[in-house]
Design a protein around this ligand. Structure first.
Ligand SMILES: [Cu+2]
Length: 472
């Protein structure tokens, strides 16, 4: 009854929701210079085109111990749903229109040297979401100055998997919502077995109207920065085994995807599942990633689609082509990669060491989002020891809103949800806690430093639902 234990969790992760708003850039950061992208300007690096983030695995393998990447943050004109507005984008020196951010692709064990140039009129920084890195290479605490400021990040990820990167400079929502994000993949040996390997970065933008009050939600849903008929189809044959790397970049709204046939969930937030799960739908809360395998068969060509849960949502076309000469019959992967383990000895995992209660309140400052009844930076912080296991209980006291809680600097294992233990391991870096629900996790930091813990509905984070974990 593994499935029964896991599926409700995965389903729960996606219920509820936040929102994202793409509004015009904040008043104090209007672009001073404008750049217009050329849609036909194809990205040369990694052979990734603006709308179809297809990872051409053989071409990406390099034996260089260090991958040098020039990452440029620009302000561009962005056309969406018939309107043109300003947004920010993570791109390269050629201003290639990576509408969901330039994909950063590393090989297993490869060091990244990332030279960032900030051409926008807002100070910023970058958080490498899901990677456990030295504290001084990640996000908050750094500042990449506006109007040409630079910073060089150096790190070597410990693990493979699907991650993403985004601004963590407050107000974080303003920056991420206006495009400061991109996907980040560390290739695993098993990725060679896929004939198709595609990134699908999900978001929603406020284009026609403003909605939401507790958080800002968009009204135009995008896949890799495109919407409607512009969304590029995925073409597969009966010989293909396709990997889809789903990244939820929306700042508030969760999205449920419906697949035409069962797919196999192999990874959550970059980490392999102990027991992969078959499903036809997945909900992604802000900040979450899921990797799935898709294998289609049949002796006739067909056009299918992956849809989401909104009337004005999106449809990702799948063009299936039958090739009679194709002898390869793909099968779902039996993953040989396992996540790390945390040694807990005789520790009682049913007794939390740390309680994190999420709630909201009205004050003279308006609507505030709280952790243990306080607003960041006045929230209670937690002092932990490196290489020592801790149980954290996230308890959501809101009856209306979910809270996808994210911790920097370490993955964690989900122990139980609403008191029901999981039988098979699920590792996450962002766990969506349902209204009135509670979730226990097990975490152990390998790295010292001050790490953030916050809600990934970024209006909640900016509104106070954040604290720090100090690891010594
Ligand atoms: Cu929240």
């Amino acid at each position: 009854m593994i499935i029964k234990k896991i599926v409700p969790l995965l389903t729960l992760l996606l219920v509820g929701a936040g929102c994202t708003k793409k509004e015009s850039l904040p008043e104090n950061s209007k672009p001073e210079t404008q750049s217009t992208v050329n849609k036909t300007n194809k990205g040369s690096e990694n052979k990734i085109t603006p709308g179809l983030y297809s990872l051409d695995y053989p071409s990406l393998v390099s034996n260089d111990p260090i991958k040098k990447i020039d990452l440029v943050i620009n302000e561009i004109d962005y056309e969406l749903d018939g309107k043109t507005f300003k947004r920010w984008v993570y791109t390269d020196k050629n201003n290639t229109p990576y509408y969901a951010g330039m994909p950063l692709i590393l090989n297993k064990g490869q060091q990244a040297t990332i030279n960032v140039t900030n051409n926008t009129s807002a100070d910023t920084n970058i958080h490498w979401h899901g990677l456990a890195l030295p504290n001084d290479q990640d996000g908050p605490g750094l500042l990449i100055k506006k109007n040409g400021g630079t910073f060089t990040y150096n790190f070597t990820p410990d693990y493979t998997g699907t991650y993403w990167y985004h601004s963590h400079n407050r107000p974080v929502r303003d920056q991420v919502d206006n495009g400061m994000y991109g996907p980040l993949v560390i290739l695993d040996d098993t990725d060679k077995t896929y004939t198709n390997d595609q990134l699908l970065v999900l978001d929603d933008w406020v284009v026609n109207n403003e909605e939401g009050h507790m958080q800002v939600e968009g009204d135009v849903d995008t896949v890799n920065g495109l919407t409607g008929q512009d969304i590029e189809p995925i073409t597969v044959t009966n010989g293909d085994k396709t990997k889809l790397r789903l990244v939820q970049a929306a700042t508030a709204k969760s999205t449920t995807l419906y697949f035409p046939e069962e797919v196999l969930i192999t990874h959550t937030d970059g980490m392999p599942l102990e027991k992969p799960v078959y499903t036809k739908e997945i909900t992604l809360a802000p900040g979450e990633r899921y990797d799935v395998e898709m294998i289609l068969s049949g002796k006739q060509d067909k056009t299918l689609e992956i849809k989401n849960d909104r009337d004005q949502g999106f449809s990702i076309p799948i063009n299936y082509r039958y090739d009679a000469k194709q002898k390869n019959v793909p099968t779902f992967t039996k993953s040989t990669t396992t996540p790390k383990e945390i040694k807990t000895g005789d520790k009682d995992l049913t007794k939390p060491d740390i309680f994190v209660e999420m709630d909201s309140q009205m004050s003279s400052n308006g609507h505030e989002w709280t952790i243990n009844r306080e607003v960041f930076p006045d929230t209670e912080s937690f002092d932990l020891k490196k290489d020592k296991p801790y149980v954290i209980r996230f308890k959501n006291n809101n009856h209306m809103s979910n809270h996808p809680m994210h911790i920097h600097g370490a993955h964690f294992k989900v122990l139980s949800e609403d008191g029901v233990p999981l039988t098979d391991a699920i590792w996450k870096d962002t766990i969506d806690v349902s209204p009135n629900g509670y979730t226990d996790i097990l975490i152990q930091f390998d790295r010292v430093g001050e790490w953030m813990l916050h809600c990934h509905i970024l209006d909640h984070e900016d509104g106070g639902m954040m604290t720090t974990i100090n690891v010594a």
